[in-house]
Design a protein around this ligand. Structure first.
Ligand code: DX5
Ligand code: ZN
Length: 218
């Protein structure tokens, strides 16, 4: 069970201190948005490069951008832990997956709430993680979409049928109130933005979320 706070909810002017405040995290989820694939914009390669230089925590890069076929290998080349592209934005996913891997990053594919789990099945043998979005991508602080639970359970059973240990990541609206249900559905990797960064003690919240997830795991 892994907890990855989303840097989208952090103070971008104090990243050193923000990283230090989540030192017990399993990784940091880094939301890259381009104002085209999603109606919001964050930062790009030079900022992620600096993040990679100033923290020893694994960076999990979530690319909510157009043209991931062009950009994703460049993020992987920074040495980040994982790079996740959106299924809906990819031109040639079969070609892109090995390009990301050859730069040394783990590779993930994300699906928006309206995209069925079956869309990623042709590629799943080559993926390290599948990200089930539990909100419409673009903004932190939204409510978890309940139908995501069925998608997570469906993905879990499709992976089990194939004997795959692919990580099931979930992103959007995760909190201490719902993480048990999400873990029980089959997720093992949890992105949490506002619930961690809004907590008075962020490391205490990370540990609480992890404990709740472990207690509800399969
Ligand atoms: C939304 C981003 C999420 C976001 C999650 O598009 O992909 O990573 O930061 O934030 P919370 O946990 O607040 O929903
Ligand atoms: Zn994200």
């Amino acid at each position: 069970m892994r907890i990855q706070p989303s840097i989208l909810s952090a103070d971008f002017a104090n990243l050193d201190a923000e990283f230090a405040s989540i030192s017990s995290a399993d990784g940091i989820h880094v939301d890259v948005m381009d104002g085209h694939f999603v109606p919001n914009m964050t930062f790009g390669l030079p900022v992620v490069k600096r993040m990679q230089e100033i923290t020893s925590l694994p960076l999990d890069v979530h690319l909510m951008i157009e043209h991931p076929d062009h950009w994703a290998p460049k993020y992987a080349a920074l040495g980040v832990f994982s790079v996740t592209v959106h299924f809906e934005a990819c031109e040639n996913l079969a070609n892109l997956i090995p390009k990301i891997k050859s730069e040394g990053s783990r590779v993930g594919v994300a699906i928006k709430p309206g995209t069925p789990v079956t869309a990623i099945l042709p590629y799943v043998e080559n993926l390290d993680q599948v990200l089930v979005m539990s909100v419409e991508p673009g903004f932190g602080g939204q409510s978890f979409i309940p139908s995501s639970l069925d998608k997570i359970a469906e993905l879990k059973s499709l992976l089990a049928e194939r004997g795959l240990a692919t990580w099931i990541q979930v992103d959007g609206g995760i909190s201490a109130e719902n993480i048990s249900q999400v873990a029980a559905a089959g997720a093992d990797t949890f992105v949490a933005g506002s619930s961690v960064f809004g907590a008075p003690d962020r490391n205490e919240m990370i540990s609480r979320l992890r404990t709740l997830a472990v207690e509800s795991a399969h």
